[in-house]
Design a protein around this ligand. Structure first.
Ligand code: BG6
Length: 470
């Protein structure tokens, strides 16, 4: 949405938002703050229906929403919070009980195009979707589903069949909140809005690409959920493969959802089947003491991997990815390193990454830096590494959830994962993890950069780049 404007919604925009799991963690941390911002922008002009099991009262929910906004919205605004409360209708009931859905149907009787947000565990998706269909609500609705979308290709396919039994593909919105981030959108923008980059953005000039997603904290009370996932399924299959595809895709013919999503999927198809040695798994010391985690857990909290894209553009260029909990900093960064100049006119050797392009994707900071070699002042023809640096903090921009919920309300699928893309990502992850999930990961101390074997994976490109504080 352009700054300072409130564009009209399209004619088939949703006219009600229904949140299943309204009393849960995701609603508290992400959905209410996003709805608050949408209300602030004057775009929440529809009923908001919350559905939840359990014995919470409407009074409790209203208080809960106020607390969520006070705690998580960047700039809490009373009028926007009041508006959410005014629009709220609470339907409490069991997801297995058709009565719950009858009541929901009554509440939605005047609505043409409801948006159903499934902020509930995937194990409940089938029940809810089947009841929505039986109550005649799915046929005219759209549905938003959260990651993890399955835990491998086969469970993803099953899940997809459930959804597709009730909703058309155009009405399924699979959230990967990375796609809604300002900084991740900028990868696409920066690549295709600048002519200087395109001639360089290929195997002739780029020697390696690294992506690090480091988090300085652990599983933060999500132990039981994390146990089912591990780092590869939690963030590589979705967020980091999306970043890889935005960095490596070919230009789309235009920015319409179809061509754009086609290119994102095409490049994922070009990723070579990884080999066993392309993945290093680690676990931080103390993980097995976390609540909800098995004492003999083999779940990885760190993963480092190496991918190859078999295409004319990227053949021979390693894409190195690592993600981990309890690393020294919280930062997500991309570093594309360029080849050295063909002739060393000034110095015998140069640091390997003296020419690079670095994208800081957050949190808080979004920056782009061009690493160049520049002459040190003085008589000698010797140089130093410097960065041409641009930084834009994210304060004031739309949050990922705000953008994605707003787009789903409009029915715009551009920033959502299409079924084929999710399927290819699972194929890659399945072959990476094949037979590995029961292996004991290497331990690493919290506050370090993970196990030594992870470093070995990047040794031939000069080692991992460590995102620093900015
Ligand atoms: C989530 C993962 O999808 O993304 C979390 O499940 C991770 O484990 C989080 O911490 C990171 O998101 P962000 O937006 O804070 O970088």
């Amino acid at each position: 949405m352009p700054d300072g404007q409130t564009p009209q919604r399209p004619h088939d925009a949703c006219d009600a938002v229904v949140v299943f799991g309204i009393t849960g963690d995701l609603a508290y941390k992400k959905i209410f703050p996003a709805l608050h911002n949408i209300a602030r922008a004057g775009r929440l002009d529809l009923p908001l229906v919350g559905v939840a099991r359990g014995d919470r009262t409407e009074q409790w929910l209203r208080e809960h929403i106020r607390n969520s906004i006070a705690e998580h919205a960047e700039d809490p605004h009373d009028a926007a919070t009041d508006e959410i409360e005014e629009r709220l209708v609470f339907v409490a009931g069991d997801y297995n009980d058709s009565q719950t859905f009858q009541r929901l149907a009554e509440v939605l009787s005047g609505c043409r195009r409801p948006l159903f947000y499934l902020a509930i565990p995937p194990s409940l998706f089938a029940t809810v979707v089947e009841h929505l269909a039986a109550a005649g609500l799915a046929q005219r609705g759209r549905v938003v589903v959260e990651k993890p979308f399955g835990r491998d290709l086969s469970s993803m396919t099953e899940l997809d069949e459930v959804l597709r039994g009730a909703f058309g593909e155009d009405d399924v919105f699979r959230i990967d909140h990375y796609l809604g981030k300002e900084s991740v959108q900028n990868l696409l923008y920066f690549r295709f809005a600048n002519s200087f980059l395109e001639p360089l953005w290929n195997r002739d000039y780029v020697s390696s690409v690294q992506i690090t997603m480091a988090e300085a904290f652990g599983v933060e009370g999500r132990g039981a959920l994390y146990e089912e996932l591990g780092a590869v399924r939690d963030v590589v299959q979705n967020h980091l493969l999306q970043v890889v595809s935005l960095l490596s895709m070919e230009p789309p013919v235009n920015m319409k959802p179809g061509p754009l999503r086609d290119e994102r999927v095409k490049v994922l198809h070009s990723i070579r089947q990884p080999r066993r040695e392309d993945l290093v798994r680690g676990q931080y010391v103390g993980y097995t003491e976390e609540p909800g985690v098995a004492k003999d857990s083999t779940t990885e909290t760190y993963a480092a991997l190496r991918l190859h894209i078999d295409s004319w553009r990227w053949s021979g260029v390693p894409f190195l990815i690592r993600a981990g909990k309890h690393l020294p900093v919280t930062a997500t960064e991309v570093l594309a390193t360029f080849h050295r100049p063909p002739q060393m006119l000034f110095e015998d050797t140069l640091p390997r990454d003296s020419n690079h392009l670095r994208f800081r994707l957050g949190p808080d900071r979004v920056s782009i830096a061009l690493g160049v070699r520049s002459k040190k002042p003085g008589d000698a023809q010797v140089g130093r590494n410097v960065e041409l640096y641009m930084c834009d903090d994210e304060v004031g921009s739309m949050t990922a959830y705000e953008r994605l919920i707003d787009d789903a309300m409009d029915g715009d699928p551009t920033l959502f994962a299409r079924a084929d893309a999710v399927g290819v990502s699972w194929q890659i992850v399945d072959s990476l993890l094949d037979g590995r999930s029961d292996e004991t990961p290497e331990l690493y101390r919290p506050g370090t950069w993970g196990p030594a074997a992870g470093d070995t994976l990047a040794a031939d490109v000069g080692g991992w780049h460590e995102p620093g504080s900015e």
